[in-house]
Design a protein around this ligand. Structure first.
Ligand code: ZN
Length: 302
C-alpha cells in the first residue's frame, strides 16, 4: 500500500486541513492500539511455561514460579523448563516408612530374627535388656555387626525398681548403656521405656526422668503400632493381623514387637508381615536420634 504524504506547508484549503487532521488522529490511534496490543502479547507470554507443566495445578513448585514472575521482572531463567523436573518427582506419593522395633532381647531368638531381617533386606531397631541372655555380649555384637540399631531398654526391666526415683532409673540406664558400649563400641542415644513413657509405675518420676534423658542427649521412642505380643502365649495369627491392622492406620509407624526367648510366635510371623507391607510400598528403616519422636510418644508435657 502506498504511504500517504502531505505537504503541510503549502496546504491552506480548509477541506485539506480537515482531511489532514483526520489522518493525524487515525495515525495516533493506530499507534496507541498497536502499543497496547504489543504489551498484552508480551505479558501474556509469562504464563505460557506454567501452562506447559501438566502437573502445574497441583504443583507447589509451579505455584512458586507463578509468584516469582509476579514479583520480579520476567527473565529467561524464570521460564527455563529444567528446574521443573525435580518438582514433578517431589509431588509423588508420600513415603511410607516403618520402624520395626524389638524389645527385651537379646535372646536365643535374636540371631534367627536377624537372619529373617537380612533375608528381606530390612533394617530394624533392638531395645535391649541386660538379663536372661548368657550370650549377651556376642549377640549385641552380632546386632551391631549386621548394621541394626541398638537402643537402651533397661538392665533389670524391673518396673518397681527403675521407676522408684530418677536416681534409681539412671543407675539402671547407665548400666545398660555401658554394657552396650563395651560390647559394641556404640554410644547409643536412643531409648525405650519399659511399659512405654507413660505407665502406672512412673507417674511420679516420668517428668524428671524425661528431663534427665533430654539433658543427657537421649531421644526416647514409644510406638503407634504393634502385634500385641507382650501377653503370655500370644497366637501367631493374632499377632500378624493386629500388627498389620495397626500399621495400616499410619503412613509412618513405629511397630512394637518382642524378641525375648519366649516370643517364637512373633518370629514366625515376621516374614509374612514384612513381605505384605513391602508389596504395599512400605519401606523399613532403623531408628536414630534424628528421627522426630513427637508423632510416636505417649508423653507430652502439659
Ligand atoms: Zn520391655
Amino acid at each position: 500500500m502506498q504511504k500517504p504524504s502531505f505537504n503541510f506547508k503549502h496546504t491552506h484549503n480548509p477541506n485539506t486541513i480537515k482531511i489532514r487532521n483526520r489522518v493525524l488522529i487515525i495515525t495516533v490511534c493506530a499507534a496507541l492500539i498497536s502499543a497496547i496490543v504489543g504489551s498484552v502479547c508480551f505479558f501474556s507470554g509469562i504464563g505460557k511455561p506454567e501452562r506447559a507443566v501438566p502437573a502445574g495445578k497441583s504443583s507447589p513448585y509451579a505455584h512458586r514460579i507463578f509468584s516469582e514472575t509476579r514479583s520480579h521482572a520476567p527473565s529467561a531463567a524464570s521460564f527455563a523448563p529444567k528446574p521443573l523436573q525435580p518438582a514433578a518427582k517431589a509431588v509423588g506419593k508420600p513415603k511410607k516408612v516403618i520402624y520395626l522395633t524389638f524389645d527385651d532381647g537379646p535372646s536365643t531368638l535374636t540371631v534367627p530374627l536377624l537372619n529373617v531381617l537380612d533375608k528381606y533386606h530390612v533394617k530394624a531397631t533392638f531395645f535391649v535388656v541386660g538379663v536372661n541372655d548368657k550370650d549377651e555380649v556376642s549377640d549385641l555384637k552380632e546386632i551391631a555387626r549386621r548394621g541394626y540399631a541398638i537402643g537402651v531398654h533397661s538392665y533389670t526391666h524391673d518396673y518397681r525398681q527403675i521407676y522408684a526415683s530418677p536416681e534409681a532409673f539412671f543407675s539402671d540406664f547407665d548400666k545398660m548403656h555401658s554394657l552396650i558400649k563395651n560390647a559394641t563400641g556404640i554410644d547409643t542415644k536412643i531409648y525405650r521405656f519399659p511399659g512405654g513413657s507413660v505407665n502406672t509405675y512412673n507417674k511420679k518420676t516420668r517428668k524428671a526422668i524425661i528431663q534427665g534423658l533430654k539433658q543427657r542427649g537421649y531421644v526416647f521412642f514409644d510406638w503407634n503400632a504393634g502385634g500385641g505380643d507382650a501377653v503370655v502365649h500370644p497366637q501367631a495369627a493374632k499377632i500378624l493381623s493386629e500388627a498389620l491392622t495397626t500399621t495400616h492406620m499410619h503412613n509412618n509407624s513405629i511397630v512394637l514387637f518382642h524378641n525375648s526367648s519366649v516370643k517364637s510366635a512373633t518370629l514366625s510371623i515376621i516374614p509374612q508381615f514384612i513381605s505384605t507391607l513391602q508389596k504395599e510400598g512400605y519401606t523399613f528403616a532403623a531408628l536414630n536420634p534424628s528421627v522426630d519422636n513427637r508423632p510416636f510418644i505417649f508423653y507430652h508435657d502439659a
